[in-house]
Design a protein around this ligand. Sequence first.
Ligand SMILES: Nc1ncnc2c1ncn2[C@@H]1O[C@H](COP(=O)(O)OP(=O)(O)OP(=O)(O)O)[C@@H](O)[C@H]1O
Ligand SMILES: [Mg+2]
Length: 331
Amino acid sequence: MVLQVQFEAGDVTRAMNAYMRQQGANLEDFLKAIEHDLGGPLFKLLHVGNDFAHGTPNKHGQFPNLHARAYVDNIGTKAALLYVSLKPFLGVLRRRQAGQHPDSSFVEGVGDLVSTLLQMCVYVPITPQVEALGEISPERASLLRQAELWTSLVVYTANSFFSRRSEQDRYFLSGDVMTFAGSFPNTANMYFDSPYVQPIVSQADYFTHAVLPLIQNVLQHALNPENNIYGRPESCFFAVGTKDDPAKKELTFSIADKGYGIRPEILPHIFDRGVTTKPDRETEHGIGLWSVKRFVEEHGGSIQATTELGKGTFIQFTIPYSRKEGHFCVQ
Ligand SMILES: Nc1ncnc2c1ncn2[C@@H]1O[C@H](COP(=O)(O)OP(=O)(O)OP(=O)(O)O)[C@@H](O)[C@H]1O
Ligand SMILES: [Mg+2]
């Protein structure tokens, strides 16, 4: 898997301006989305990196050699750096939009983000590079695979905000899902089953606004030990697919995982803003499902979740289409 940063400093302003040209666009929403969507995987990455390099032997297996620790420690440090620089970075974007920024601080702020992301790409694939440095315990090997996954997601998410993708007027949901699946680092404990998505062409970016947050949830929650109420094995696969209902002119997109399930105390409220089991209180959470629901409903669909504790979670949302001509045409 080759990980690439698909934007440069200038693209950040361009993406922000493109966003602001949309009807009813609110800069704060855009900035919050960046902070939230990048902050989530970065937070995970810095913790996993820290556990690998500093975690105790009774919890994370024998310490690996110093080179391996230093290697992963470096990735964790970069994640921490990005995480703490998110707020100042958004401040720079805010001032830029208000016309109060000095150009130099803008270029510096954005340049740091781009160069740290580029450096992170150099570390991927993480597992083989660290394994070449010496033997590591199975627990630490599992942390490495998680670090790889979060690193990919950080770069993927940044690309989805700032690459020219945000200016497209047509999106190919099926193609986006296949591309993501092709670059997904399947691991022994998290496996993305081959997707079955029918050819869908839409004006709205369903992948970024609906599918990616749901996949992020699987990665962040389905195997989170805190949700392990019924003691399931430490592995999970998830699958996405679509089904057509020609009578209703409606597609159903589903995402199913074989993880621990959604905790019963929050299940009735998962689509409400702010409902979360995440411990991180610095960034606002409980936004994922709320915003997916809002996006799906704005485009004429509906969303539902079912879950069985210890067995998994099934989320499906509908996408109304206007016609079918080899592919489904969606608003
Ligand atoms: N696939 C899943 N398996 C288990 N629990 C899940 C799953 N998806 C969602 N949840 C639960 O639903 C809660 C709400 O999800 P939501 O995406 O709205 O917020 P979040 O993931 O906690 O925070 P964020 O705003 O970063 O997305 C999660 O905190 C988690 O407890
Ligand atoms: Mg979420």
